[in-house]
Design a protein around this ligand. Sequence first.
Ligand code: UDP
Length: 289
Amino acid sequence: MLKSLFIEAYPSFPSFALAARAAVDFTAAMTRPDGRQNDQLRPISFVPHVAPYATGSVLVSFGDTRVICSASIEEDVPRWMRAQRVEGGWLTAEYSMLPYSTLERKSRDISRGKLDGRSSEIQRLIGRALRACVDLKKVGQRTIWIDCDVLQADGGTRTASITGGCVAMAIALNKLMAEGKLKTFPLKKLVAAVSAGVYQGVPVLDLNYPEDKAASVDFNVVMTETLEFVEIQGSGEEAVFSSDEMTAMLELSRKGVSEIISLQKAAILSADRAGPLDLASLTAAFGKR
Ligand code: UDP
């Protein structure tokens, strides 16, 4: 019944729906606020060991978005795991924006008495993304805490958190291996994330805040180093999107993630050689424009 009403209303469906939008032009000329190509990432950098008391830490920058990511190991598992006799360890994540990370000061959750709904959604996403790449049985009876604190927000803080969280975790797991606390390396694959969206009618990679605010469609894509999807969050902001546009955003994300994974690998390797906090590289990361 519903189907026939729909066909009455739109007799030429599906050609009506297909004709309504032009094919996606990947090469369309459009000037991004920071002058990047449509498929270009912002400058991405990793400064390891920014929080020396964490088992692993990194300051990740995607352009002006900067997040401190740490991995701390607790030699215990949540009560529900013990009660249900679940083998292995656990990984959980917390996300927050520092009050001075936004243009207008954002109150701390503690002073408002409850966790922001957005932060709660983001920290669950970070936890899911990182659990996908670690073999928790090999972690042993431990909890890996991933803390992501946004130092400066300019769009894409959740994707930067996942990307940096994975690096912090790899550094921490390397340390546990070196200390002889783990028999086999529990990290199965690296995981990275990036955003893509439709800005001024054109699919673009890695949106900064001005783009994110104006975009009609916003995707956050989490992938492994072998380019399998872990999670995709995508929504039209008071708008709709075609499957061509979706394919274009996923293609852009694949390209972005494969570039980010190479940078993550280099950061993890360099972290193994670096001493504790390297002030020179921290200054360089802040000075980068
Ligand atoms: N933002 C902000 N204050 C907030 C939430 C977001 O200034 O309370 C800005 C910030 O620049 C953030 C951007 O809006 O990066 C986009 O936020 P969104 O919720 O889409 O998450 P994100 O893109 O950071 O993962």
